[in-house]
Design a protein around this ligand. Structure first.
Ligand SMILES: Cc1cc2nc3c(=O)[nH]c(=O)nc-3n(C[C@H](O)[C@H](O)[C@H](O)COP(=O)(O)OP(=O)(O)OC[C@H]3O[C@@H](n4cnc5c(N)ncnc54)[C@H](O)[C@@H]3O)c2cc1C
Length: 394
């Protein structure tokens, strides 16, 4: 019998780094540095920040120094100059450590910065991106309003022409980084009668007169992530802070969603894997009725199903990631990735169950996973909207 070149695996790993050939040694080096920064500078303080309802502003600058912000933006604009896998790594490591208070790093780096890079003027990019990369400026993205979430074309925030620019009036809600934001990319209507074709994208300086923030919203989970309402009362936005073409904002929003949904899918795949790992460790050491919990067939069979589910989720999401790297991932493909992976995190409910009462205590990360992973089925387009996007392409 010939000897195999490689040792034969005896166990299918669930772990996020196993067998993901698209990640090179350089990517893995970056992953380790991100994980180290999170372990040293974020995780030990996260519970205190949850009580405060936000992370301290200095954390943004530290993260900028450590290379966690704008990893995929070209170096000429102060970014990391990496490919999309660097962006994926930051998202995955935040999920792996379940430090959801810095979910807003992703909004800042992967939503706000790419809109500026792709559609902004040279002056906007040169002024804003380096400061965003260093963490000196925090960015937010404001689409949702009290009366319009899933249906972006129904937004009512208006942008009225005035000398040298526009006057913005209206209200936004559920805005990630809303409390810390120095610049907000705001979707508003310059032509209120044109529906989706009347929407434009504006970069608002939050020191401008007429801009104000509401209270920090009291969320079920992600308690250290600042999320706020924003108000616009005749806020002047100069012409040079229109992002891209007038009335082209709806198309910009749609183009950003493939990337956003894929990143949400990657986050959810990692959250499910890591929740399973914590649970397997726990049920191996926790004893009841004179034996470890894992010796109960019900528990081991359910964990076997969840491991299968987690591995299938990873395989599917990584295949979408490979398509994205090839520029072949379609809108319905990204919607399937998000729908599948975010719905798969429903398994976390059963994983929490196997921790008994400890699972309900926030000091146990499984409790945070239960509450903090939940909005992934809502934002970036809800599961219902994902079904609609997929169905339209049948
Ligand atoms: C933690 C958090 C952070 C967020 N961060 C941001 C942010 O940074 N920026 C931002 O702009 N927004 C943000 N949002 C808002 C988020 O994108 C919206 O909540 C989401 O798009 C849904 O909109 P809605 O809440 O108005 O729900 P609605 O649109 O009112 O929907 C309510 C329910 O009806 C369902 N529904 C709607 N239309 C249909 C349909 N056609 N068919 C079937 N079902 C339908 C929805 O799926 C949902 O279940 C955030 C939300 C949360 C929870």
């Amino acid at each position: 019998m010939s000897t195999p070149d490689k040792p034969i695996r005896t166990q299918q790993p669930v772990s996020y780094h196993a067998g993901r050939a698209m990640f090179t040694a350089d990517h893995e080096l970056y992953r380790r540095s991100v994980a180290r920064f999170i372990a040293d500078r974020i995780a030990p303080f996260h519970a205190d920040w949850e009580n405060a309802g936000l992370v301290p502003r200095e954390v943004w600058r530290e993260a900028g120094n450590a290379g966690l912000l704008l990893p995929g933006i070209p170096e000429t604009y102060g970014g990391g100059g990496g490919d999309f896998l660097y962006s994926a790594i930051v998202v995955e490591e935040i999920a792996r450590a379940m430090v959801t208070g810095v979910t807003g790093f992703t909004t800042h780096s992967e939503n706000v910065a790419p809109y500026l890079l792709e559609f902004g003027t040279q002056a906007q990019k040169a002024e804003l991106l380096p400061k965003m990369a260093s963490g000196d400026i925090v960015g937010a993205l404001a689409m949702t309003e009290p009366g319009a979430g899933s249906d972006l074309k129904a937004i009512r925030t208006s942008a009225t022409r005035t000398d040298g620019g526009f006057l913005l009036n209206g209200q936004k809600t559920f805005i990630t980084n809303g409390y810390h934001a120095d610049r907000v990319l705001v979707f508003a209507k310059a032509d209120p009668d044109a529906g989706a074709r009347g929407i434009s994208l504006f970069c608002v300086d939050t020191t401008a007169p007429g801009f104000s923030r509401g209270r920090l919203l009291d969320k079920l989970g992600q308690r250290a992530q600042d999320t706020a309402e924003l108000f616009f009362d005749n806020v002047f936005v100069p012409d040079d802070m229109l992002v891209g073409e007038l009335n082209a904002g709806f198309g910009y929003a749609m183009s950003g969603l493939v990337r956003e949904r894929l990143l949400i899918a990657l986050r959810c795949a990692t959250a499910l894997e890591v929740s399973l790992e914590w649970t397997v460790d726990y049920v191996k050491q926790r004893r009841a009725f004179d034996r470890p919990l894992i010796d109960n067939q019900f528990i081991r069979f359910r964990l076997a199903e969840i491991k299968t589910h987690a591995c299938a989720t990873r395989a599917f999401v990584d295949s979408c990631l490979a398509q994205y790297l090839d520029s072949t991932l379609t809108a319905d493909g990204a919607a399937m990735a998000k729908l599948w992976a975010s719905e798969a995190t429903r398994d976390i409910d059963d994983l929490l169950q196997f921790f008994g009462g400890y699972g309900y205590m926030r000091e146990y990360p499984i409790a945070r996973a239960y509450t903090d992973v939940r909005p992934n089925r809502i934002y970036g387009g809800s599961s219902e909207i994902m079904r609609e996007v997929i169905a339209r392409a049948l």
